[in-house]
Design a protein around this ligand. Structure first.
Ligand code: E4P
Length: 218
């Protein structure tokens, strides 16, 4: 399972990338706005920190402008994945970019039918939004499971299921259990995943006992 971080905060990305646990990054217009930086600058900088796919989202909604924006974003660095919304124009943009060899992440996916369309359009990734479905009383993880099992029926589909809108570590566990190829999570969730009180307690005991030996390994 690949781990992407869902942020445009370059310092956070740098810190987490140093652990070797980050396979890619996703951004969206909200996260770019939060960074307070120009999209072209921040995406190029992120691409230079993490060699994996870096999703950069178009801002238009019509095909011609989305295509022009997508091409401009893709030209920034070879590891850009252009993010397009799951609309008819977005799917058409996805198909054109994918035919040109550009990686595309189709975002704002809320149904299995939408995910099938993204795969048909040649997307490298489709992003079902788990947390936002949970927020409206639908089971976001059920959608992940549905899409994974549907894609398993069609080995020619190359589209990876990217579980997005992740809110807590249990979402990551469940997405892994269901076979999602990628999970994109806020940095805080990745940091929470490492935490366990018994790890802290066990480490404190080991350190105290080690002190008593008076030894040094180095
Ligand atoms: C994914 O690519 C999106 O940027 C993201 O996961 C949306 O998450 P949110 O619902 O927490 O805004």
């Amino acid at each position: 399972m690949k781990f992407f971080v869902d942020t445009a905060d370059v310092q956070e990305i740098r810190d987490l990338a140093a652990t070797g646990l980050v396979d890619g990054v996703t951004t969206n217009p909200t996260l770019i706005a939060k960074s307070g930086r120009r999209i072209l600058d921040v995406i190029a900088e992120i691409c230079d920190i993490v060699p994996g796919p870096i999703s950069a989202e178009v801002a238009a909604t019509d095909y011609d402008t989305m295509l022009a924006e997508g091409r401009k974003l893709a030209a920034l660095r070879p590891n850009v994945a252009v993010k397009v919304p799951l609309t008819m124009a977005g799917l058409r943009t996805c198909k054109t970019l994918a035919d040109d060899g550009v990686k595309v992440n189709v975002t704002l996916c809320f149904s299995a039918n939408q995910a099938i369309l993204a795969a048909k359009a040649g997307a490298s990734f489709v992003s079902p939004f788990v947390g936002r479905l949970d927020d409206v009383g639908q089971d976001g993880m059920e959608l992940i499971g549905d899409i994974v099992s549907i894609f398993d029926n069609y080995p020619l589909f190359r589209t990876e299921v990217l579980a997005a809108s992740i809110r807590h570590p249990m979402h990551v566990t469940e997405a892994a259990r269901l076979g999602a190829h990628v999970v994109t999570m806020p940095p805080a969730v990745l940091r929470q995943m490492v935490q366990h009180p018994l790890t802290d307690k066990g480490l404190a005991t080991f350190m105290a006992d080690w002190q008593k030996t008076g030894q040094s390994i180095l």
